[in-house]
Design a protein around this ligand. Structure first.
Ligand code: SIN
Length: 520
C-alpha cells in the first residue's frame, strides 16, 4: 500500500500534522488502538501560552529554561513561546473550546510558572482537543485512519525511511505501507513504570523503532514524575491535576501539617521534581493528602468535574475528603532527537510530540508545555511537508517476512510485570548506582527470556514488551551514566548538580545492532 504521508500515532501531534498536510497529499494514520486512545486524551491541566497583557514571551522562555535546569535549548524554547498564540488560534480553528470568564480566556497557573498562563477546558483539556481534531479528521476525505494497527518497524532503504511494516491486529495480518515521508507521533513511555498516569498504550514504541532505524535518541534519563496521583489501594494512579494546586489546593501530611513551604518557597507550585521527591520521602512516615475542600463545593464541581467523578468511583469525594496522593511516572523529557521541523537524523523520517527530544524541556518539563510543543512543532513540520512530495515512493526492497504467532501470553505477562516493578524500584524518583546496576542485570535477563519467543513470529504483546525493554534500557543506561542530580534525575550518591562536568546531553545511536553512547 502507498501513501504520501504515513503518520504513526493519533495523539495531538499526529492529528495536527495530518490535518495540516491533508491539503497537499494523501495521509494514512495508523494507531494501535482506537483513534481517541492517547496520552493527549488524558491531559487534564491545559496548554501554556502567553495571552495576558502583563505576561510576555520572555517570561515564558525564562520559566521554561529555569525548570529545564540548564539543558533546554534556548533557541527552540524561544520558537515554542513565540509560536504559542498562533498554536492556540490553530486549535480554536478546529473548534476546540477553552474555558472563559467574563468573555476572556480563563487562565490558571501550575508549578514553575511565574504567572497564570495555562488555557484549559475544565479539567479535560486533552479530551476536548482530541475530540475536536478527531471530528475534523473523520470529515477529511484525504485522511484514512487504520485503527488496531501496530507499527512494527520502519522500512529503510539507502539509509532513508520509506515506510513502515504494520500488524493489522484484528485480522492478524502483516502489511507494508510505503510513504514519501513517515511521521512518528507515538507519545510517551509511562507504562514501563509500575506506577504511572499513562494509559497501557504508552510503551515507547516510536522511540524503540526510531532507535532500530538508526535515529539519535537523547535525554532519556529525564523521566518526569507527577507529584499528585490518586493513592488508593485498588485504584489506578489517576492524575490529580496540578491545576488543583494552581487553584489553591495544599499538600498535608498524616498529621494534617502543610509541609511544602519548608522545602521550597514556591510551596505547592514548586517544580514537579522537588514536590515529587518531597512527597516520596513524606510517604515513608505516613500518607500524604491534597486538600482543596476550602475552595467550596460549587467551585470544585464547576472547575474539576471529571476529577470529582473519577475520585468518587474510589470513595473519595474531593469536595469533603482529603485526597490521598503519591507521585507516578508521567512524561519523558527526552526521545527521538529532532529539529524544530520534526526532522530526525534519518532521512524522510519526522517525529513530533512526546516521543521526541526537541530540546524544549531539557532536564525537566514546565507544566502544560507538552501540548503546546506538540502543536507548535507539528505545525512547523507541516509547513515543510510539500518538500517531501517530490520523493519517489520507493520500490519495496526484499523484505524478510514477519509472521503472526499466537505466542503464549502468561510468561510475557510476567516479564512485563517484572519490568514495570523493577523500573519503579530501581530507576524511579530516587536513583543510586547500586539499584541501576541491578536494573541493567535485570534487563539482560528479561531480554534473554524474550529471545525465546523471537523465532516463532510476533504478536502485539511481544512487540510492545520488546519496545518497553528497549526504552527501559535507554533510560537506565542514561541515568547510570549521568553522575550528578539535575531536574527530574535525582541520585542519592551524586545529590548535587555538577555544571562543570554534566552540562551536556547523553545521546544514543544504534549501529549494526550495537548501542553507542556519546555526548552533545
Ligand atoms: C496536570 O494536569 O497536572 C498535567 C499537566 C501536564 O503534565 O503538563
Amino acid at each position: 500500500m502507498n501513501t504520501d504521508f504515513l503518520v504513526v500515532g493519533s495523539g495531538i501531534a499526529g492529528l495536527n500534522f495530518a490535518l495540516k498536510v491533508a491539503n497537499y497529499g494523501r495521509v494514512i494514520i495508523v494507531t494501535k488502538k482506537e483513534i481517541m486512545e492517547s496520552n493527549t486524551n488524558l491531559a487534564q491541566g491545559g496548554i501554556a501560552t502567553v495571552t495576558r497583557k502583563d505576561d510576555s514571551v520572555q517570561l515564558h522562555i525564562k520559566d521554561t529554561v529555569n525548570v529545564g535546569s540548564g539543558l533546554s535549548n534556548k533557541r527552540i524554547v524561544k520558537i515554542l513561546a513565540e509560536k504559542g498564540p498562533e498554536a492556540i488560534r490553530n486549535l480554536l480553528s478546529f473548534g476546540v473550546k477553552f474555558d472563559k470568564e467574563n468573555d476572556e480566556l480563563h487562565l490558571t497557573t501550575e508549578g514553575g510558572h511565574s504567572m497564570a498562563r495555562v488555557l484549559h477546558s475544565g479539567d479535560s483539556t486533552g479530551r476536548e482537543i482530541e475530540q475536536s481534531m478527531t471530528e475534523s479528521i473523520r470529515k477529511s476525505k484525504d485522511i484514512e485512519v487504520f485503527e488496531d494497527c501496530f507499527a512494527i518497524d520502519l522500512i529503510l532503504k539507502n539509509t532513508g525511511c520509506i515506510g513502515a511494516r504494520i500488524l493489522d491486529i484484528k485480522n492478524r495480518k502483516m502489511c507494508d505501507i510505503f510513504a514519501r515521508v513517515t511521521i512518528l507521533a507515538t507519545g510517551g513511555i509511562g507504562y514501563i513504570y509500575q506506577n504511572t498516569t499513562n494509559p497501557e498504550i504508552a510503551t515507547g514504541d516510536g522511540i524503540a523503532m526510531a532507535l532500530r532505524a538508526g535515529a539519535k535518541i537523547e535525554d532519556m534519563e529525564f523521566v518526569q514524575f507527577h507529584p499528585t496521583t490518586l493513592n488508593k489501594l485498588g485504584a489506578p494512579h489517576f492524575l490529580i491535576s496540578e491545576a488543583l494546586r494552581g487553584e489553591g489546593a495544599i499538600l498535608v501530611n498524616a498529621r494534617g501539617e502543610r509541609f511544602m513551604l519548608g522545602y521550597d518557597n514556591m510551596g505547592e507550585l514548586a517544580p514537579r521534581d522537588i514536590i515529587s521527591r518531597t512527597i516520596f520521602n513524606e510517604l515513608k512516615n505516613g500518607p500524604v493528602y491534597l486538600d482543596i475542600r476550602h475552595k467550596g463545593k460549587g467551585f470544585i464541581l464547576d472547575r474539576f468535574p471529571m476529577i470529582h467523578q473519577e475520585c468518587l468511583k474510589y470513595d473519595v469525594d474531593i469536595t469533603t475528603d482529603l485526597i490521598p496522593v503519591s507521585p507516578a511516572a508521567h512524561y519523558i523529557c527526552g526521545g527521538i532527537k529532532t529539529n524544530e521541523y520534526g526532522e530526525t537524523t534519518v532521512a524522510n523520517l519526522l517525529a513530533f510530540g512526546e516521543c521526541t527530544c526537541t530540546g524544549v524541556h531539557g532536564a525537566n518539563r514546565l507544566a502544560s508545555n507538552s501540548l503546546l510543543e506538540s502543536v507548535v512543532f507539528s505545525s512547523l513540520g507541516a509547513q515543510k511537508a510539500k518538500n517531501y512530495l517530490k520523493n519517489e515512493i520507493e520500490a519495496p526492497p526484499q523484505q524478510k517476512e514477519t509472521a503472526f504467532a499466537n505466542i503464549e501470553t502468561q510468561e510475557l505477562n510476567y516479564i512485563k510485570a517484572e519490568l514495570r516493578n523493577a523500573m519503579w524500584d530501581y530507576v524511579g524518583i530516587i536513583r543510586t548506582e547500586e539499584k541501576m546496576d541491578l536494573m541493567l542485570r535485570k534487563l539482560e535477563h528479561l531480554n534473554r527470556r524474550l529471545d525465546v519467543f523471537g523465532g516463532t513470529g510476533v504478536n502485539t504483546q511481544f512487540l510492545e514488551i520488546k519496545n518497553m525493554v528497549t526504552v527501559a534500557n535507554l533510560i537506565t543506561k542514561a541515568a547510570h551514566t549521568r553522575k550528578e542530580s539535575r531536574g527530574t534525575h535525582y541520585r542519592t550518591d551524586y545529590p548535587t548538580t555538577d555544571d562543570k562536568n554534566w552540562l551536556k546531553h547523553i545521546c544514543f545511536e544504534q549501529r549494526e545492532e550495537k548501542l553507542h553512547t556519546f555526548f552533545t
